[in-house]
Design a protein around this ligand. Structure first.
Ligand SMILES: O=c1[nH]c(=O)c2ncn([C@@H]3O[C@H](COP(=O)(O)OP(=O)(O)OP(=O)(O)O)[C@@H](O)[C@H]3O)c2[nH]1
Ligand SMILES: [Mg+2]
Length: 196
């Protein structure tokens, strides 16, 4: 396998997958780079797994090749697990990272209970085969104010356990060592090596 299509239109994810798969000599191609225009896939599932499968299976069926999808999000304990599967559009349509951050900070303004985790579920769909799932987590807490410019999404308000800076203050290299996405990729390593 020299190339692997990643069923995402998220630039931040696409960049991270490029870096991960380059380690295996594989070119990770996002939907933003394909020549054909791919319609947005409706994420109608009620779990990360269902949404990851929807994305991977629909694009794999369309392209007739193996496709990886990532459904991920931020799970905050004091908010009973929200934003969870609704992370991308927590503050409503259209998707807006800054509005999402402000909503979370507002909802947590009166509490010191700030534990949270990023969750990443990967689904690999191969034509004619059962879909494979792998998961990864990154534990941490929600900061009281945003800081940092790197990464995407909620990175400016997420402080990984063992760190004093937010994920957005870490370099891409540092984030990619400890992130939920890295941990999910590690769990997928056997499949990646077997496919090569
Ligand atoms: O600070 C963050 N650092 C991360 O590493 C991260 N990973 C996920 N998220 C949040 O969770 C949503 C995923 O939703 P999601 O899986 O549906 O993806 P998406 O809609 O952005 O793109 P696509 O892959 O579906 O095309 C994203 O938009 C972000 O808000 C992250 N936030
Ligand atoms: Mg999405």
């Amino acid at each position: 396998m020299k190339e692997l299509v990643i069923a995402t239109k998220n630039k931040g994810k696409a960049k991270e997958f490029k870096s991960f798969f380059a380690e295996y000599g594989i070119n990770a191609i996002s939907l933003l780079e394909l020549n054909e225009e791919i319609d947005d896939i409706e994420e109608t599932g009620s779990t990360f797994e269902e949404n990851a499968a929807l994305k991977a299976e629909q694009i794999s069926r369309l392209l007739q090749k193996p496709v990886l999808a990532d459904d991920s999000g931020l799970v905050i304990d004091a908010l009973d697990g929200r934003p969870g599967i609704y992370s991308a559009r927590y503050a409503g349509e259209p998707k807006n990272d800054q509005a999402n951050i402000e909503k979370v900070l507002h909802e947590l303004k009166d509490t010191t209970e700030r534990s949270a985790r990023f969750v990443c579920i990967l689904a690999v769909a191969v034509p004619g085969e059962d879909t494979l799932f792998k998961k990864g987590y990154c534990e941490g807490k929600i900061a009281t104010a945003q800081a940092g410019e790197n990464g995407f999404g909620y990175d400016p308000v997420f402080i990984p356990d063992g760190y004093t800076q937010t994920m957005a203050e870490l370099s891409a290299e540092e984030k990619n060592k400890i992130s939920h996405r890295r941990n999910a990729i590690k769990a997928l390593e056997d499949w990646v090596k077997h496919e090569q």
